[in-house]
Design a binder for this molecule. Sequence first.
Ligand SMILES: Cc1ncc(COP(=O)(O)O)c(C=O)c1O
Length: 390
Amino acid sequence: MIPRFKPFLGSREFLAIFTPARSSAILSFEKAFAQKMKQKYALSFPYGRTGMMMLLRALGLKDKEVICPAYTCVVVPHAITYSKNIPVFVDSSKDDYNMDYDLIEQAISEETGAIIATSIFGNPVNLDRLNEVKEKFPHVHIIQDCAHSFGAEWKGMRVNIGGVAAVYGLNISKIMTSVFGGMITTDSEDLYLSLKKLRDSELEKVGITKSIMRRSYLLAIYIAFNPFIYSFVNFLERHGFLKRFVKYFDETKIDMPGDYLDQMTNFEAEIGLIQTAKYDQIITKRQQLGKIYDRYLGVASISGKTYSHYPVLVNDRANVLARALGEGIQLGTIIDYSCEKMAVYKRCKFFTKNGISNVGFFRENVINIPMVLHDDVNAGVLKFISSLER
Ligand SMILES: Cc1ncc(COP(=O)(O)O)c(C=O)c1O
């Protein structure tokens, strides 16, 4: 079976599972990551959402409105809420699934503290439009959510530098990984120092048990993605046996994982370091495959895109998913919800054009075609995607 995604893991990460981690690994990872993202500072967190929550607090925001896309990972409004601020949702554009810039301006008020600008699926946000917003509303901080984009570029400019700071998620499904983990980068020394102070005073040091658990998890990932085993894993997932491991939110709750205030482990930092060194290679491979898909689907390639996912909007999703499965292809349905519809966020403001929500359409119709190493994609996948009715 061709999986819907596959982490770019090699023998060095595998060996690291059985090797003691250095106590200096976190600092080395932060330094290497900052350099790779071409920023002055990077700070590690156990999850991207923990970093985002602390970043909002380090910016001095409390009881403020924070604008974010409705079409984003639910952990984003959760992080806003945990920072004691209020999420405000904005509809996204049909062009690139990113927030509609006209609506961002409409959503800004005296109460607005920040905008979380997300380059969803690796599609770079329009930095020209965001700069206009910044000039018009200097009291509003722009935070780049780069969990899907990392070093994506808008007209040659990296999106991660288009705000006061950038947030990254580093779990196993991301462009590069540190097993779990998150990172914040910034060029502001003041912000770096206040965020570091907050992080160091609130995050707990972790012991050997956590490190063993993380190592076991990574080992399980190697096993699960073995081509001979993956079909079985997919069967278990479809029949709900892996819910405990893959379910990352509960519709009825605003919550965080139990360990969201634990420090990143040294082991995860070692993995992150290896992956940072491979970052350029990973992006090149993703772009190669993304461009092949663009060609097969007759879509114009956008330069600077990092293809964290390859979304396609289809008419009859259930049928398409079933047909793909029959052909040994696993498709994703990310993102198959939108935050403004969730019971816990129903009362939040949601801005649309003429009352029509694009994200409503996305969540019902999106599929993700396999984003794996391009060598793993066979003619069957390409034939399948050319046959998609959109
Ligand atoms: C768009 C977006 N932002 C932020 C995050 C936060 O990452 P984490 O899962 O590390 O908290 C994610 C994670 O999936 C995401 O998809």
